[in-house]
Design a protein around this ligand. Structure first.
Ligand code: SAH
Length: 343
């Protein structure tokens, strides 16, 4: 049994089954999740004979680092190998004051958004809860941030709401105070807009922040850019967003990738402001990160700023996402692992 796949309650049960008390589960959970230890022999506060017994009964799995790329801006991309040989990428984005870890939720992605490289892979498989939480554990260990506050964005490879149970279990594992003790408000789940998943998310006691990849203001345009729009239209998506319990302190982020001549006119900006008018929303503009094979171009900075100005003038909170780590292909939509596309 792989202990890194277990919540703390499950770990307590697994240890109880071989006659061990609860405090051993808390100790093990700390070693695995807070300290990132994968070898029982390193667990100094557990007696040697018990460590040997644990090593016979259990194992501690998780992703392993294959390669580390560091951008000129400090962004660091990890290429990780999973136990079945599949590969994924995770990214550390340093900034002041915030440190952010961007993690993957699937190998590849089924959503096939027209401007995203990960979409080219198709869906290879879902990640397990241990593989999702394991990326954070590795990033925290590699950056020395295990004891410090950091943000987590589920914006790497994959669509988190297509792997709902594993994603939520991973978040509960990360929230656990015997583990990394991440606060739900430091987590942002980015989704293409899987309405059934948003319905479930609205019921979660510790809902993370939510970001919606909107990217268009008419169904005609969104049908082409974000194919899931053919199933759930903009109106349905926004109605469901209004059901999310964001309270009075938080806002839903609407991500909007700017594609030159496609969705970047002042008219689009006005429609966007109107769509979000009566919601606790903020807009995050993502000027396209261009890549070979992506049939769109990035608008000029002037055009991006003009779009942002229309939104701001209409009273919409707007920011422009800084593109980080483009030189190492770590920026939004650039995560792809070649050679393991779905066959
Ligand atoms: N599947 C989730 C999370 C993954 S991507 C989602 O769709 O939200 C995180 C963000 O990067 C999404 O808003 C996505 O649309 C955006 N993105 C994808 N490709 C991009 C590109 N080439 N340039 C800029 N942003 C891109």
């Amino acid at each position: 049994m792989d202990l890194a796949e277990l919540s703390r309650a499950e770990l307590e049960q697994a240890l109880a089954a071989i006659g061990l008390p609860r405090f051993r589960a808390a100790q093990l959970y700390r070693w695995i999740h807070r300290r990132g230890v994968t070898d029982f022999s390193a667990m100094r506060n557990i007696p040697a004979d018990l460590r040997a017994r644990l090593a016979r009964e259990f194992r501690i799995g998780g992703p392993a680092i294959l390669r580390t790329d560091v951008s000129t801006d400090g962004t660091t991309k990890l290429l990780l190998k999973l136990e079945d040989g599949r590969e994924i990428e995770s990214v550390y984005i340093p900034d002041t004051p915030n440190q952010t870890f961007c993690v993957s939720t699937q190998v590849g992605c089924a959503m096939a958004c027209g401007f995203c490289l990960t979409g080219r892979m198709g869906l290879v498989r879902n990640l397990s809860a241990g593989e999702i939480a394991g990326q954070v554990r590795l990033l925290a260990r590699e950056t020395g941030l295990s004891g410090a506050p950091f943000n987590i964005v589920l914006m790497g490879m994959g669509e988190p709401l297509h792997n709902y149970d594993a994603v939520m279990k991973a978040l509960r594992m990360l929230y656990d105070e015997e583990g990394l003790g991440v606060h739900p408000k430091r987590v942002t789940l980015s989704t293409v807009g899987v309405v059934s998943g948003l319905e479930r998310l609205a019921q979660e006691p510790d809902m993370p922040n939510v970001a919606i990849s909107l990217h268009a203001t008419t169904d005609e345009a969104r049908d082409k850019l974000v194919p899931i729009n053919r199933k759930w239209k903009i109106r349905q998506l926004l109605d469901q967003c209004r059901q999310l319990p964001v309270g009075t302190r938080r806002r839903i982020t609407f991500e909007y990738v700017l594609l030159e001549g496609v969705n970047d006119t002042p008219e689009d900006a006005r429609r966007l402001a109107k769509l979000l008018g009566n919601m606790r929303a903020k807009v995050n503009l993502l000027p396209l990160n261009a890549a070979p094979g992506i049939p769109f171009s990035r608008p000029s900075d002037d055009r991006v700023n003009a779009f942002a100005r229309v939104l701001a003038d209409a009273g919409t909170i707007v920011s422009v996402r800084k593109s980080r780590g483009r030189d190492i292909r770590a920026a939004c939509g650039q995560l792809i692992v070649e050679g393991q596309q779905k066959t």
